[in-house]
Write a protein that binds this ligand. Structure first.
Ligand code: GDP
Ligand code: MG
Length: 596
């Protein structure tokens, strides 16, 4: 098809503003799926996505649209994942488009992810069509949202602002015309060597890796040998086509088109989001810009509640269509055999945990997540990478520890500047830069990744009422005064509860930890001490109270000295048998998560 009849676009919004529902309406109105086939949020097919109502993996769908000018257009709607943990995927999906619909809920207004996604699109220089959704709702306040949009981006002033109801379909036909009229067609060159952006991939048990691509220049034919530039892997495509919304074979994709390639490759490691696909024989000179190898940000132990082998099998399957995951075997004295898994963020971890439960019926224990550390030991040349606090070398052997540092770029309205600076400092941030910009200020802080990996973004959102947005860029590792905290329950060290923290925070944090553990560790017939130790010294201690009155205090008639003698004996017994015979429930680890 001629490029001038193609539009590649995405819908960006804050979560729950109606992206999936609007996609459904667009598919229905263009007859891409019939009313009968229409299930709500058709594009969200992973069960986790349906449970959360969020999009984890992006989907593409091709809509055939006959516009008022009588022409047939091909509209490629690229669905983007909405969450910050997937910001890299969002910007790669956006890079595959030529424009976006900026969707805002009329009852909620502009929110943090509206701003964050707007910025990603703005930085890519993409034209935007503002769309106010849910105008059917009694709570809709269109005027307020209009003002908020203008405050966000005054260039929207010169645009038509579409008012729609994705639920009832009101205003959606006008929006379809707007897409054709206002968004540009792709500007590629079919005569140049093939250059295509890989913006997503999925794994099919029979077909292997299937990539979703946007052809930038040239022609892609099913008969041609192709090559991924970053991984330098060549292959013969098994099938080439487009999503309508199911895979539909076309054997060819030309400049400006969006579609899929069944690679036949069984190993997902060769296929990276952001990579460039080209011809193996006469390849393009330069790759599509901005390819980034994605590294895990947080690590956690995952242990089976019952069967180790079925957990292993399930994790390996999930790894196949989630190349951002890293998996290594781990053995914990407290929890038995399991895995140390690397994730893009805490939300990613939660998604995987839920996929294990919903797709494979596997219940797991997940330990509190941590970042990775570079530890230099006395008399050792090479620093080691530690992704598991239990494997931290003992403090006598440590020369220095380095932790990952990121540059946190925070965009916020000026009103919240003071509160945001205080927050960043509380998270061990060091000020880097402050500049004025449209709609507020841009603040930069150097922040330890460990401090912000868990709840920083939620805090930021809450103190700015949802207006601030956060981008992070890895800077590298920097030396820091970090210590490992060991946790003992009933005098037995529990490896799965060990964690690493900054020395300045250790005293306060260990107090909180032992108190949380007191509330969550299953009780026994006897009191059990819970202690937190740093460098061999007990910093905090509490007793988990006994389940029932224990022997020592049972007979009320006993004398005080007899009680004490009994208690002493119980204690001695426990000390000599210093091992852990309790099963740690998930609540124990959750209790650690909420701290910091
Ligand atoms: P997404 O997270 O942006 O994909 O949002 P969804 O499409 O999943 O919608 C979130 C919620 O808003 C769902 O309960 C939808 O039924 C509801 N919703 C979406 N569009 C409309 C609309 O136009 N009007 C009303 N009243 N509700 C809507
Ligand atoms: Mg959705």
């Amino acid at each position: 098809m001629q490029e001038k009849y193609i539009r590649n676009f995405a819908i960006i919004s804050h979560i729950d503003h109606g992206k999936s529902t609007l996609s459904d309406r667009l598919m229905e109105l263009t007859g891409t799926v019939s009313k009968r086939e229409m299930a709500p949020q058709l594009l969200d097919s992973l069960s986790v996505e349906q449970a959360h109502g969020v999009t984890v993996k992006s989907r593409t769908v091709q809509l055939q649209y006959r516009a008022k000018d009588g022409q047939n257009y091909r509209l490629n709607l690229i669905d983007t994942p909405g969450h910050v943990d997937f910001a890299y995927e969002v910007s790669k999906s956006l890079a595959a488009t030529d424009g976006v619909l900026l969707l805002v809920d009329a009852t909620q207004g502009v929110q943090a992810q509206t701003v964050a996604n707007w910025r990603l699109a703005h930085d890519l220089g993409l034209p935007m069509i503002p769309v106010i959704n849910k105008v059917d709702s009694a709570q809709a306040d269109v005027d307020r949202v209009y003002d908020e949009l203008m405050a966000l981006d005054s260039t929207l002033l010169s645009k038509t602002i579409y008012q729609v109801s994705a639920k009832t379909g009101q205003g959606v036909p006008e929006l379809l015309e707007g897409i054709v009229k206002e968004l540009p067609s792709p500007k590629g060159d079919s005569n140049r060597p093939l250059k295509a952006l890989v913006y997503d991939s999925e794994y099919d048990a029979y077909l292997g890796v299937i990539t979703q691509i946007r052809v930038v220049d040239g022609q892609l034919n099913a008969g041609q040998t192709l090559r991924f530039m970053a991984t330098n892997k060549s292959f013969q495509p098994k099938e080439v086509g487009v999503y309508r919304p199911d895979r539909t074979k076309t054997n060819q994709l030309s400049a400006g088109e969006v579609g899929y390639v069944v690679t036949g490759l069984k190993e997902p490691k060769f296929v990276k989001i952001g990579d460039t696909l080209t011809s193996a024989s006469k390849g393009c000179q330069e790759a599509v810009s901005g390819f980034q190898e994605r590294q895990p940000v947080v690590y956690a132990g995952i242990f089976p509640k019952d069967d180790y082998l079925s957990l292993k099998e399930a994790l390996l399957k999930i790894e196949l269509n989630d190349s951002a995951l890293t998996i290594a075997e781990e053995h914990s004295a407290a929890l038995g055999p399991g895995f140390r898994v690397g994730f893009l963020g805490v939300f990613h971890l939660q998604i995987i945990q839920e996929r294990l439960a919903s797709e494979y019926g596997i219940e797991v224990i997940v330990t509190a997540p941590n970042v990775s550390y570079q530890v230099r030991q006395v008399q050792e040349k090479e620093a080691i990478t530690v992704t598991n606090p239990a494997e931290f070398p003992s403090f006598e052997k440590i020369e220095s520890v380095e932790e990952p540092i990121v540059l946190g770029i925070i965009d916020t309205p000026g009103d919240y500047l003071d509160a945001v600076m205080k927050l960043a400092e509380r998270y061990r941030g060091t000020f880097a830069d402050l500049v004025d910009q449209a709609g507020g200020v841009r603040l930069s802080y150097r922040l330890p990744l460990a401090e912000i990996a868990y709840d920083f973004f939620n805090q930021l959102k809450s103190i700015t009422h949802g207006y601030a947005s956060l981008q992070t860029k890895a800077i590298g590792f920097e030396e820091s005064d970090l210590v490992k905290v060991d946790v003992q329950v009933n005098y037995a060290k529990v490896d799965a509860l060990a964690f690493v923290t900054h020395r300045s925070k250790a005293a306060a944090l260990t107090q909180k930890v032992v108190h949380e553990l007191k509330m969550t560790i299953p009780r026994r017939l006897y009191p059990m001490p819970v202690q937190a130790l740093v460098e061999g010294k007990v910093l905090a201690r509490v007793d988990v109270p006994p389940l029932r009155k224990n022997a020592a205090v049972n007979g009320e008639q006993r004398s005080v000295s007899k009680k004490q003698a009994l208690l002493r004996r119980q204690n001695v017994n426990k000390r000599s048998a210093a091992h852990l015979d309790i099963v740690l429930p998930q609540e124990v680890f959750n209790a650690l998560l909420s701290l910091n």
